[in-house]
Design a protein around this ligand. Structure first.
Ligand SMILES: [Zn+2]
Length: 160
């Protein structure tokens, strides 16, 4: 999913650290760092061209309903031309690195995708990310998306 509200987006860019309780912060950040490094081959082109500037952990408990069950999010400027951020929830991180990688690849597909939402074209692109990553690494990362939840959120400020 991605966040289309520009003001909220800028606020998150300013203060992404505050959303993880201090006592858990370093462990979550270390795990996020390890996962993003593992995804390097797919990730670096987006880092290089300035579209992806950070990946961060966030706490589901800090989110309002119905977003407090959402494992990943992409912070995007409205026209998608500026820098993006990707959030991975504490819940996703607790499921292990493979699960969290599934979340990261979903969100990365949002950055690559020229548009919002979860239409057929997005899904095709996202599955392509999964296939490319698994082929390159010999891993078996699954699609962990809660598609029903994503569809429910499509109508609000949140989407993607
Ligand atoms: Zn999504």
């Amino acid at each position: 999913m991605s966040w289309k509200d520009e003001e909220k987006y800028l606020r998150w860019l300013d203060a992404p650290l505050g959303i993880v309780p201090a006592e858990k912060e370093s462990a979550y950040w270390a795990q996020v760092d390890a996962i993003t490094e593992d995804a390097g081959q797919l990730l670096f082109p987006y880092v290089r061209d300035g579209r992806l500037i950070f990946v961060f952990p966030y706490c589901l408990d800090e989110q309002q309903e119905p977003y407090n069950t959402l494992d990943g999010l992409t912070l995007s400027p409205k026209d998608k031309s500026g820098p993006h951020g990707i959030g991975i929830s504490d819940h996703a991180l607790q499921q292990g690195d493979d699960y969290a990688m599934g979340v990261l690849l979903h969100e990365l597909a949002h950055i690559d995708f020229d548009g919002y939402g979860h239409g057929q074209e997005f899904i095709r692109q996202f599955k392509g990310f999964l296939d490319r990553f698994n082929e390159a690494t010999g891993r078996s990362i699954q699609d962990v998306t809660d598609w029903e939840l994503e569809r429910q959120l499509e109508a609000g400020d949140w989407s993607g």
